[in-house]
Design a protein around this ligand. Structure first.
Ligand code: APR
Length: 237
């Protein structure tokens, strides 16, 4: 059990594993997306330059899958924790689905972008809500400026979003939890090591992550099964 006292500031990092029980495939491992697709063909700036249609087919497929998904007990429990401790919880996700929000979380930081948003690849127009799918024979979307509309996703080779806020929250946290992330993709894979020594570091997931040595506690099991009884919130005056 993870004890949370009223002095604690919690940084939660979630990964694809947290949405696995909602039916959204993870990336690595059996059945993972990267077993069937090549990153450099669908999730990189060069893929976008070479074949934007293929990129949109990939993200259209992912939009269709995510549209059907519903939050599981892990998302619901994190939303409940946020309701109890407010801004002492910093919820940072590598996931691009909106299941944390659907579960009721209000302040989610999407470091790898959002599946249901698009933006222009040329002008400064702000990212906008977009749940459409762009598959043949549909035309690929264009911005008024003439640029192409692309998924609002941080691709391999791009800089994750909101890094200033993330680094600040890491600096101030007393408890760091990573849930359902294999610990191989940077910069998120280094967050635990960055805070270890001065914050408790906890991992939750069915397998040991690649960065397991950075964690002081590891709870092996499915997030949806472990999270509902993981936290003990102790409120003292
Ligand atoms: N509960 C918790 N964890 C789970 C569950 C579950 N029910 N099922 C699987 N997992 C774990 C796996 O054991 C694995 O460690 O989730 C992790 C998923 O790992 P990855 O597929 O590598 O996903 P993630 O770590 O989120 O990937 C990081 O890589 O491709 C990019 O941008 C993509 O954000 C993604 C990033």
């Amino acid at each position: 059990m993870v004890r949370v006292s009223n002095n604690d500031r919690i940084f939660v990092l979630t990964g694809a594993g947290v949405s696995a029980e909602s039916g959204i495939p993870t990336f690595r491992g059996v059945g993972g997306l990267w077993r069937n697709y090549r990153i450099e063909e669908v999730a990189s700036p060069s893929a976008w330059r070479r074949d934007p249609r293929l990129v949109w087919e990939f993200y259209s497929m992912r939009r269709r899958v995510a549209r059907e998904a519903e939050p599981n007990p892990a998302h619901l429990d994190l939303a409940k924790l946020e309701q109890r401790i407010g801004d002492r919880l910093f919820l940072c996700t590598q996931n691009v689905d909106n299941l944390h929000e659907q579960a009721g979380a209000r302040r989610v930081v999407h470091m790898h972008g959002e599946l249901f948003k698009s933006r222009c690849d040329s002008c400064n127009r702000a990212p906008f809500a977009d749940a459409r799918t762009y598959e043949p024979p549909a035309e690929l979307p264009r911005c008024e400026c003439g640029g192409r509309i692309r998924p609002h996703i941080c691709w391999f080779g791009e800089t994750p979003f909101e890094m200033n806020r993330i680094l600040q929250a890491l600096d101030g946290c007393t408890l760091f939890l990573a849930i359902g992330t294999s610990g191989v993709v940077e910069p998120a894979a280094s967050f635990a090591a960055q805070v270890s020594g001065r914050a408790r570091t906890v991992y939750v997931g069915p397998e040991e992550p690649a960065n397991r040595y950075a964690f002081t506690e590891r709870y092996l099991g499915k997030a949806g099964e472990l999270l509902p009884s993981l936290f003990e919130v102790v409120e003292r005056r």
